[in-house]
Design a protein around this ligand. Structure first.
Ligand code: AMP
Length: 254
């Protein structure tokens, strides 16, 4: 069974994100980029399924500019067998929305016929949390989001999901879409020999037009602003002063 793992190139989670002066988006020039952390978890899970003899091939796919090859090479160094870049130009990449990505991934699924698509539950840049759900709908496949455990057997996936106040276990027929949550696994690091080997692994480059997909954005961004600055706190001398302030100034107690 083939597993398809979509990986997104995002701003590294350690970077303090800055809004562009013209409020059209966030600053990407000279910013450290990385694979979306939830996608690292998806790659790790796919590798574990391959090592267990359940998956036969793991294919990483990324949609965006040619720079996404960096994240695809990382997926290959972590063990993926081959990669697909669905290449756009920089202007298209800047406004590539979830629906467009889901349509591109559908076209790749139609071509590759994977038994499972393992995505991150959300990309840490836009926090959209919708590509996996949209892909499942477009494919007409079952989906299990926020997975903390995935077991594949007898043509079915049994997925434990983290929900408010507990865990839910779903069983669904393959092919299916699963999105990863933080506690699914702890991703491995790429070793130097595997980074070297990854350079020789195959990477196909496709264009959205070749896949017959229209990626024109359906939403427009009105403006992007920094979160409001937090006001400085004040020191109080004792509990009596604190209670008085809570009562008379903050008015949160009677
Ligand atoms: P989102 O719905 O944007 O929060 O993203 C959820 C997941 O969809 C990510 O963790 C990736 O697995 C996948 N994804 C989103 N955008 C892309 C992209 N441009 N290329 C490849 N995968 C993507």
């Amino acid at each position: 069974m083939k597993i398809l793992v979509p990986v997104k190139r995002v701003i590294d989670y350690n970077v303090k994100v800055r809004v562009k002066a013209d409020q059209t988006g966030v600053e990407l020039a000279n910013v450290k980029m990385a694979m979306n952390p939830f996608d690292e978890i998806a790659v790790e899970e796919a590798m574990r399924l391959k090592e267990a003899g359940i998956a036969t091939e793991v294919i990483a796919v990324s949609c965006g500019t040619t720079a996404c090859q960096e994240q695809l090479r990382t997926a290959l160094a972590l063990g993926a067998d081959r990669a697909i870049l669905v290449e756009t130009d920089a202007a298209q990449a800047e406004c590539l929305q979830s629906l467009a990505v889901a349509k591109l991934l559908k076209a790749v699924c139609d071509k590759e016929q994977p038994g499972l698509v393992l995505l991150g539950k959300q990309a840490i840049d836009d926090d959209a949390n919708q590509t996996g759900q949209m892909l499942a709908a477009l494919m007409g496949w079952p989906q299990a989001t926020f997975a903390s455990k995935v077991v594949l057997a007898d043509g079915r996936a049994t997925v434990t999901r983290e929900i408010d106040g507990g865990l839910e276990t779903l069983s669904m027929k393959l092919p299916a879409v699963v999105t990863t949550d933080l506690r699914l696994n702890e991703p491995r690091y790429a070793t130097l020999p595997n980074i070297m080997k990854a350079k020789k692994k195959p990477m196909d480059v496709l264009k959205p037009a070749e896949l017959g997909v229209d990626i024109v954005p359906r939403l427009t961004t009105q403006k992007v602003v920094e979160p409001a600055k937090r006001q400085a706190g004040v020191k109080v001398a004792d509990v009596a002063e604190l209670v008085a302030k809570l009562k008379n100034e903050a008015k949160v107690i009677a």
